[in-house]
Design a protein around this ligand. Sequence first.
Ligand code: SF4
Length: 324
Amino acid sequence: PCGLVTLHDVGAIAKTKVVDGAEKRGFAFYVGGGLGSVPYKAKLFDEFLPEEELLPISQAISRVFARLGEKRNRARARLKFLIASLGIDEFRRLVLEERQKLDSDPRWTAYLSSVNENTEEALKPGTGLNGSDRPEGFDAWYATNVYRQRQPGYVAVTVTLPLGDASADQMRALADIARRFVKDTLRTTVEQNFLFRWVSEADVPEFYKAIKAIGLGAADSATIVDVTSCPGTDTCKLGIASSRGLARELRLRLGEKSLELDEAVKDLRIKVSGCFNSCGQHHIADIGFYGINRNVKGFQVPHFQVILGGKFHDNAGEYGVAIG
Ligand code: SF4
């Protein structure tokens, strides 16, 4: 789910299809998504776009948008508004017409022969846990932060960053941990955490000890406790309410109760934005909040608007609705 395809201007979900007896790679291709004050879910442009068409179609989309998109009002200068006004069928027709006008460019496909060259390798052989000693707190952390890879013996490990923060010392230590366990690559996630892939499962207890020693042993990744937030009024000049303040408080209070929470509640997502611009992606949370001003006795007072029913999974499968 991590690409969150439906909330972007252009999104693609990899798939394969058998064409004339041969398997072809391509994408389910979506256009016109976006959050902000007027959220739109992306619409299906093509249920199977062959990989060699990804760049020329994107170029054709850019040209149509450059020609017909909003020029005066910056807030409306988004692909989602153009597609909403034209309709997806007319937009598709214009893009395909534009595609026909493009001169063929070898760069559209030159990269395809080398797309697998960046494939990562493991530092160590993949070995199971094999009854290794489990440090205190390990089992609860393992249940929420460790995922089996498709390769036997390897796991992907999420290092939870409360509020998405890490200090310089923690970053240096994480670099050392990466070199020790997974060569030297770690990955950022859309939920403001770090993901280490290719950890040999037998190393996970030592990995846990190492991150716990630098204060990053928090469990509850991808649960209701792992609240994500934009910077909000801490530093953003557009911020209306303290999204980080609310996220910190929710994280603290829910964390205290996390062991008692019902399983159905545990997996809910909470996301907080400091204003309607949605940098905290509140629309795709089960429970979202964004900052608004309300007039109280003649004063503008920051409040949070509650949004319910969004869906992070299925590539941001549903947008929530405002309550109250
Ligand atoms: S949602 Fe609003 S407050 Fe938060 S970072 Fe974006 S613009 Fe700033």
